[in-house]
Structure formats: C-alpha cells, structure tokens
Design a binder for this molecule. Structure first.
Ligand SMILES: [Zn+2]
Length: 517
C-alpha cells in the first residue's frame, strides 16, 4: 500500500538520474495526489527512461526459459515492498534447453539477468529441464541460496553428475568447453538448502512454501506470498504437475487460493487416452515372453518411471501373478535413483506405505538383479531367455537399452515394450511408427521383435487436468501465465482459460515480463 510519508523522502528510493518513475495508485480512496507531490520534490522528475521503478510495492516476473517451449524453465521474480525497504530477486528453476541442436545451443547463451544479483533460486523438481543450468549459474557468480525439497536436492545432484559424462563427450566433439564441471556441481550443493512440503520459508518481504506436485519424487509447486493482510498476493508456480493417481506418489496439493498462477502446459491442448489396465498388460507381456522364450526389453526413464515399474513387478512376482523370471535393471542411474526413493518412503502414497509397513521391500523381489557395472550389464547376454531387461534411456536415444535392442530386436520371440512418450526422431519413435529396419550403433538392424505399447500413462496432466486446477482457483485468480509448453499448447490453454473462465491469461514468449497489479 502507498505510504504518504514516504512520498516526500528522496534518498530511500535510491533512484538515480535518468530513471523514469511511475507512480502506482491503489485507487483514489487514499486521497493522495502523488504526481504534483513528486514533481515538487524534484528528485523523480526525470523523463528519460532507462529503468522503470514503481513506487508502492511491485512484483515483476520475467519469463526467461520454458516460455512457449517445454524445456529450459527459468522465471525471474523481482519485488519490492511498498516502502521499498525490502527488495529481492528470486529465480524459479534454472533448467536446460533440450531437444534439437539449435535448442541446446541456447544453454551456452548468457542468462537474461546478472547471476550475482539473485538472492534465492527455488527448484521445483529434479528433471534436467528444471535444474540443468544451475552449475552455469554458479560458474557465473551466483552467490545466493538454492532451496528445494530434500529428495529434489538428492535427485538433482545425481542427475547433474550423471549428465556430466554426456556433456563432456559432446563438448569434445564440438571442440568447446563443457558447460560445467564437478566443481560447479559441488559448489551448488554447498549452497543448496532444503525445505519440507508445507514449511514456510521466510525471506525479506516474501514467504515461500513448497507443495506436493505429484510429478516425480520431491516435485513441488512454489507458493510465494507477498505483502500482508488486504494487500497480500499469492503467486504460485506449478513447476511440472503430476497426473494422479500415480503408483507411488501422493496426489498434487489441492490449490484453491492463488492470485496469480504460473502453470505448465506440456499437454495444454491434448487429452490423454483412457487409462489402460497397465499392470494387466505388463503381466501379459511377461507371461507371453516366458511362453515364447524371448527377451522382454523395457526402455524406461531412470527417475520415477523405473521405480513405478519395479513397484508393480514386485507386486506381480510376490503375489504369484507371474512366474519367476530373471529381471535385470540395467541402468546405473536408475539404480542410484532407486536408492534415493528408498530413502524417502514418507513421500509415498498410503497404498505404498501400507505395502512397506507389511514388511516388504517394494523395490526388491525374487529374480530381480541390479546391474551397476559394465561387466554385469554384459553378463546379461549369458543368461538364457526368457528374461526381462529394464534399461535407459526411455526413448532409446542412448544408454544401455540400445545394446539390448541391437541384439534382440531381430529376434521374433522377443518383445519391446514402450511405456513412455517417444519424441519425434528418437529410435523409440521410429520403432513405434512401425520401422522394419533401424540403425543402432552404426548397424542396420531388422525389427522382427513384437512391439507393444502401454499408453495413457503420463507424468503430466492433460488439458482437462490443467483446466480443473485453474477452475478451482477461479474465485480469486487475477491472471494465469501459461508456461512450459510448445506454443500451440500454451496459447491454446491460455485462450481456453479466457474463454471458459473469463480470467485473464497469457502465454508469455521468452524475455517477456509482467508486472502484477
Ligand atoms: Zn518434469
């Protein structure tokens, strides 16, 4: 709220010559006549605009990544309290741009702000498109705090260290410096603090809280509360949201009172297909593999999807729904991620906790073998089929799964089970689209194996899920910013919010700012 007394003070505003000052009036009811007052004071009477200062408290968001694009999430929040005594610069996520080469080149470009000036970086979850540029931020002088939930910190360290190998190889190929080294990851971990769901983080002029997002272990929405009493504003960043119910996680927090919502839109224009009996399909795929004496290959993402799969296999094996068969988890990253999942059992939903409390280890069952070392991976070849191999990457764009695909795709008794979204251009997508021949590790390979898909499962909500979240907040919402989706998806969803709920909505492009009234 505007302070009359403050209006006549010149020095506390720290406004330099050449700064354009804009007075924000909260209606005329406060009886102030600020413009003449300002002019009389003389200090602010500079019309040449080099910077915009709003007296009376301000919150400004600049969308610097994940703006009309899925990856690279990076949102800057600048704020000052009404009397300008409390100001700050916050970042929500600092993700890597992923996808095409041109897209990934953007990871080397400068940030749209000075990393030295950022006070706090909030991390919503540990996917690389939300954490991948943290080491770069640290390298370029970030001295503030990083804050996330405890599992996000652990998973982020694992992912950042893991992706370093790939980035190093890429850099060597392109004859340039890798984007970061172990040193920056180590430094990032030193300044990284954790906060539990629902716990209030007090910063100068703002309170922050993480709330369950149900997307992957530890994923959170970030709620920022500015001001107090009548002038209080609740700004919520959704991060990536889950698609409940999920096998392991709790449902996302039931948000109902946001003033401003910055919402993801990965599937902002799509409806998910109906949910299939996933476990039943999995059961049949394994039974058929045992019958045909082949190999069941399952490409799976190392974080969340693999642990969901292990949990379901645990149930099928231990409850005698399938016969025991050798099952290999052939992914060092997934094995390490599973250890982190085990550490955070309190984050699981009631059903999973019930199974754990009955004394069962949900990621361990007869026949399951973790293959951490290369020799263990190679030794899978010596085990007679039938057998099941779970390995990364989820879209067969690399990782150990491609070695198994090269060996067993020509075998008509074997099966490839696709459980994840396969991006255009990936090996997984070529096979999904029915390719009869594919190139793997430089060799032409015939696809004689059976290709099965389990669809309808996604770790993001579809357009209806997103819409219902906005609708629940519609009494209070002043504006919705749609981010982290392709342009058609983000723009479609923003339009839908405007048309059906009459709430102001926008899908900002990269670099666009918005001042919250
Ligand atoms: Zn994500």
């Amino acid at each position: 709220m505007f302070k009359k007394g403050a209006l006549y003070r010149s020095s506390p505003w720290r406004v330099s010559a050449g700064t354009h000052v804009e007075i924000k009036l909260k209606g005329s009811s406060n009886g102030l006549e600020p413009r003449p007052a300002i002019l009389r004071d003389g200090v602010f009477a500079c019309s040449e605009s080099s910077r915009r200062v709003i007296i009376g408290g301000m919150i400004k968001i600049t969308f610097l990544g994940g703006a009309q694009e899925v990856t690279g999430a990076n949102h800057l929040v600048e704020y000052s309290s009404p009397d300008s005594t409390q100001t700050g610069k916050l970042l929500i996520d600092c993700g890597m741009f992923q996808g095409t080469k041109t897209c990934e080149d953007q990871n080397h470009e400068p940030f749209g702000f000075s990393p030295k000036e950022i006070d706090v970086l909030f991390i919503t979850h540990a996917h690389l498109d939300h954490i991948g540029r943290i080491p770069k931020l640290v390298k370029e002088g970030f001295k503030g705090k990083i804050i996330s939930t405890p599992p996000t910190k652990d998973l982020a360290e694992l992912s950042l260290v893991d992706s370093m190998g790939i980035l190093k190889k890429e850099a060597e190929r392109e004859k340039r410096e890798p984007p970061y080294t172990e040193e920056e990851v180590r430094k990032a971990m030193e300044i990284w603090e954790t906060s539990l769901y629902g716990e209030t983080i007090h910063l100068a002029g703002v309170k922050a809280v993480f709330m369950e997002a149900g997307h992957i272990l530890g994923s959170a929405m970030v709620e920022l509360v500015f001001g107090r009493g009548e002038s209080e504003k609740k700004v919520v960043f959704s991060g990536d949201l889950g698609n409940p119910p999920t096998p392991l996680l709790k449902d996302p927090y039931d948000l109902t009172d946001a003033d401003y919502l910055i919402i993801e839109s990965t599937y902002g224009s799509k409806e998910h297909e109906g949910r299939e009996e996933r476990k039943l399909k999995l059961e049949r795929a394994i039974e058929d593999t045992i019958k045909s004496g082949g190999v069941l290959m399952i490409p799976a993402f190392s974080i969340e999807r693999t642990q969901e799969l292990l949990f379901e296999l645990n149930d099928l094996v231990e409850n005698g729904r399938i016969n025991q068969v050798p099952i290999f988890l052939d992914s060092p990253l997934a094995i390490k991620a599973t250890a982190i999942y085990k550490k955070y059992e309190s984050y699981f939903n009631q059903e999973v906790k019930y199974v754990i409390n009955s004394g069962d280890d949900i990621f361990k069952f007869p026949g399951l073998k973790f293959c951490l070392r290369t020799e263990e991976s190679k030794a899978i070849n010596n085990v007679e089929p039938p057998k099941v191999v779970i390995a990364g990457s989820g879209m067969s764009t690399g990782g150990r799964i491609v070695h198994h695909e090269k060996r067993y795709l020509p075998d008509a008794n074997s099966t490839l089970l696709l459980m994840s979204y396969q991006a255009a251009g990936s090996l997984g997508r070529q096979i999904e689209d029915g390719a009869k021949w594919v190139t793997i590790l430089g060799d032409k390979i015939p696809v004689n194996a059976r290709v099965l898909e389990i669809k309808g499962y996604s770790s993001h909500p579809d357009v209806n899920g997103l819409f219902s979240l906005v609708e629940k907040n519609s009494d209070k919402l002043k504006k919705v910013f749609v981010v982290q989706g392709e342009p058609h998806s983000a723009l479609f969803f923003a339009q839908k919010v405007k048309d059906y709920l009459g709430i102001e909505a926008a899908a900002p492009a990269r670099g666009e700012s918005a001042t919250l009234e």
